[in-house]
Design a protein around this ligand. Structure first.
Ligand SMILES: Cc1cc2nc3c(=O)[nH]c(=O)nc-3n(C[C@H](O)[C@H](O)[C@H](O)COP(=O)(O)O)c2cc1C
Length: 227
């Protein structure tokens, strides 16, 4: 019998930073000099690294203008990128704050909260206010580990019951050099693979049960029997 898994993952691309999709976020920061202007840098090498305390990591090349701003000020904001902001985010990833004021060029607005030194982007659906705890040189990039002090979200993302509806943010994901819009209707939620039918239907609508069934590995029972 022909082995259907014979060609699985048979192509090697070698060692590469290929994790995908990842978020592409807009990091806003500001120098410590008296009349320092705020800057924006697009960052894809970022992630949540701890829940308690809530922490993120961002990796920045030392030659980026923003690197010194983050290092000296010890803080930054991570602004989530909506479809509407995607072009501005790409621009901030190919132009340097050494040469221009990227807030002015993109038409985005810096907004300061409660004396926090770095501004958020007023147009972003959500922003994480972060304070640097550690910098770890890794090679091409320095990894900054930072604690999240506050999360600000647009009131447009909150429903009548005060719950955050992230699907309203029209977020984009980044995969292998391209930006992708996230579908407005999620394909699942945390734990949906094992959720009761009534919970699934309440959260995802009537067709969700059928879709989940279609995603089920078909051979599992047979394989378990074989051991
Ligand atoms: C989608 C995208 C993701 C990027 N991710 C990173 C990153 O994770 N780390 C980094 O150092 N540069 C990254 N860059 C490059 C910087 O954003 C770019 O060099 C920027 O112009 C630096 O701005 P600055 O000199 O004002 O700091 C990315 C660029 C794009 C377009």
């Amino acid at each position: 019998m022909k082995n259907p898994l014979k060609d699985s993952l048979s192509v090697s691309l070698g060692a590469a930073a290929m994790l995908a999709p990842v978020p592409a976020v807009l990091l806003s920061c500001k120098g410590t000099e008296e009349n320092a202007k705020p800057n924006l840098i697009t960052i894809a090498w970022t992630g949540t690294v701890c829940s308690h305390p809530p922490m993120v990591s961002v990796s920045i090349r030392p030659d980026r203008f923003s690197h010194a701003l983050v290092e000296k000020s010890g803080c930054f904001c991570l602004n989530l990128v909506s479809w509407e902001m995607c072009r501005a985010a790409d621009f901030c990833g190919v132009r340097s704050g050494r040469e221009m004021d990227k807030f002015l060029e993109t038409g985005l607005h810096p907004l300061y909260f409660n004396g926090f030194p770095a501004p958020v982007v007023a147009e972003a659906p959500a922003a994480l206010l972060c304070r640097v705890k550690q910098r770890i040189p890794l090679g091409s990039h320095d990894l900054f580990l930072a604690e999240i002090e506050d999360v600000r979200v647009s009131p447009a993302l909150m429903d009548e019951e005060g719950k955050l509806q992230i699907s309203r943010a029209n977020l984009v994901a980044y995969a292998h050099g391209e930006y992708y819009p996230l579908r407005n209707h999620p394909v699942g939620f945390f734990g949906y693979s094992v959720a009761r039918e009534d919970v699934l239907e309440k959260r995802m609508g009537k067709s969700a049960g059928k879709e989940r069934q279609e995603q089920k590995p078909k051979e599992n029972k047979e394989r378990r029997r074989r051991g």
